[in-house]
Design a protein around this ligand. Structure first.
Ligand code: NDP
Length: 504
């Protein structure tokens, strides 16, 4: 299997009216997003009490651009003492300012943050793309607007908590420790910080080590919005520092998004304490296409389901189940559509599939793809050019996949789709639920009754019907089984940051 290949021009689509000139070469002209308005500092300290402060002892690590492998900035490597410093700042802010503010005042700060995110959206989108490798059109049109939408949404709830849970008296929890991954750095920050603050808690957030830059840009927003010192604190460091934060005795709430392996370690660390815990972990979603589905729309949903954000999505539709009678036409269409995806420079506005977030993640994808080939599945990759530098992987599709193959069982977290078939709805449900995960699923059919039947039968926290990967701050999101527990988003997301024990 080759991972890089020289550029070849593709024939123009028939709809362009050029088909009568066979082999007419065409390529998209480069459309790079400008970076001259971006100011990434050479070094970032920890953000504690509204100040950037070096780690004690002073130690840093390098953050790179995964599309070019070039260094972007150095960030502080927190110590155990720094974790303690951040928790003390959050506790003091909780006791002295934030928990004492009426909800209507907290709401004003959240609205202000949302508006600043909108005002600085271009800057956030570019930094997110440079640091994570995701295409600029996704950070610009999905990550940043959704992050702002979360702050708007939870700002609206901050003074209405008493109405959200009928018959109960909601109370803030205290200090929240939040550990987030690298696939949606700013969006995961918003999912964590917005409901926590709306409910009256203060936070310490630990971003993933590969993607801390939009979190530090957000620290700037916190200052711009004049949040009282200590309400939002951001610390960077390796996984062990995340564990120090989770274990800290003065933390009341732990929220984690990331791998199931680390989620289990956190669940063990928190067990037996008073801490409230939410875990949003991995997935291996089934995307099920029935023979009455509108195939062209389904193709777009399948592509979006697995190649959006290079497939580095916990709810990615990585297992496609196709009803046997439409398997061949669907596969032909899917392969043709796959061949039109543009892979390359994430800062180019035409790019569909950007860079994999790290060399480690690329190696994991390669290893799992090789296992698919070795176990007998048939691989298809489009004939596209990959950049010579950076961590890129060709969008990949496997057929002849059996349920026991590793590529059908394990979370790949990359642009790799396994295609399987089924004959009856019962068989589809049985195969879809044959996974240790239970985060999301998709159903494609024109029959409303079938949609309801499938939704009820599938063990998945979110089921999309005739669409995929749709997110909205008003909708709860979360999993079953090894995909974790608790919900983020919507009213459910408030419940995760409140004590609701005291009946009124
Ligand atoms: P991790 O679960 O290791 O990382 C997620 C976050 O947890 C990061 O901030 C990480 O810090 C931190 N962390 C790591 N170890 C610990 C620990 N022992 N205690 C507390 N916090 C910790 O994911 P990886 O980056 O290693 O990715 C591995 C696999 O996990 C992926 O291939 C994918 O399958 C899955 N994954 C799933 C995600 C999801 O959204 N469900 C998101 C990311 C990954 P640091 O970055 O410093 O290591």
């Amino acid at each position: 299997m080759t991972l890089t290949k020289k550029a070849e021009s593709r024939p123009a689509p028939a709809s362009w009216g050029l088909a009568s000139r066979p082999g007419a070469p065409w390529e998209y002209a480069p459309a790079p997003e400008a970076t001259d308005h971006i100011r990434i500092r050479p070094e970032y300290g920890l953000f504690i009490d509204n100040e950037f402060t070096p780690a004690k002892p002073k130690k840093t690590f390098q953050v790179i651009n995964p599309a070019t492998e070039e260094p972007l900035a150095k960030v502080a490597h927190a110590s155990k003492a720094d974790v303690d410093r951040a928790v003390r700042a959050a506790r003091s802010a909780y006791q002295n300012t934030w928990s004492r503010l009426p909800g209507s005042e907290r709401a004003k700060y959240l609205y202000r943050i949302a508006r600043i995110l909108q005002e600085r959206s271009r800057e956030f989108a570019v930094v997110e793309t440079m640091n994570s490798g995701k295409p600029i059109k996704e950070s610009r049109d999905v990550d940043v607007p959704l992050a702002a939408a979360h702050f708007f949404y939870y700002a609206g709830w901050a003074d209405k908590l008493d109405f959200a849970f009928s018959g109960l008296t909601p109370r803030s929890l205290g200090v929240a420790a939040q550990v987030i991954p690298w696939n949606f750095p700013l969006l995961m920050l918003a999912w964590k910080i917005a409901p926590a603050l709306a409910c009256g808690n203060t936070v310490i957030l630990k971003p993933a080590s590969t993607t801390p830059l939009t979190a530090y840009l957000f620290a700037d927003v916190v200052r711009q919005a004049d949040l009282p010192p200590g309400v939002v604190n951001i610390i960077t460091g390796p996984g062990e520092i995340g564990m120090e934060l989770v274990r800290h005795p003065d933390v009341n709430k732990v929220a984690f998004t990331g791998s199931t392996a680390v989620g289990k370690m956190i669940a063990k660390a928190v067990a037996g304490t008073h801490k409230k815990l939410t875990l949003e972990l991995g997935g291996k979603a089934a995307n099920i296409v029935f023979d009455d589905a509108p195939l062209d729309q389904a193709i777009e949903g399948i592509i979006n389901g697995i190649y959006f954000n290079q497939g580095e999505v916990c709810c990615a539709g990585s297992r496609l189940f196709v009803q046997e009678s439409v398997y061949e036409p669907l596969l032909d269409k899917l392969k043709a559509r796959l061949s039109t995806l543009r892979v390359g420079d994430p800062l180019d506005k035409n790019t569909d599939v950007g860079a994999i977030n790290s060399a480690t993640q690329l190696a994991k994808i390669q290893e799992l793809v090789e296992s698919g080939v070795e176990e007998g599945a048939e691989i298809f990759q489009p004939d596209c050019e990959l950049p010579g530098r950076g961590y890129f992987f060709r969008p990949t599709l496997f057929t002849s996949v059996s349920q026991s193959h590793r590529i059908a069982q394990e979370e790949i977290f990359g642009p790799v789709l396994s295609v399987l078939t089924f004959r009856t709805p019962e068989e589809a449900v049985e195969k879809a639920n044959n996974t240790p995960y239970g985060l999301s699923a998709g159903v494609w059919t024109e029959k409303g009754s079938r949609i309801f039947k499938m939704v009820a039968a599938m063990k998945a926290g979110v089921v999309w019907a005739n669409t995929f990967n749709r997110f909205d701050p008003t909708s709860p999101f979360g999993g079953y089984k090894e995909s974790g527990y608790g919900r983020e988003g919507g009213i459910h997301g408030l419940g995760a940051y409140l004590s609701l024990d005291g009946a009124s």
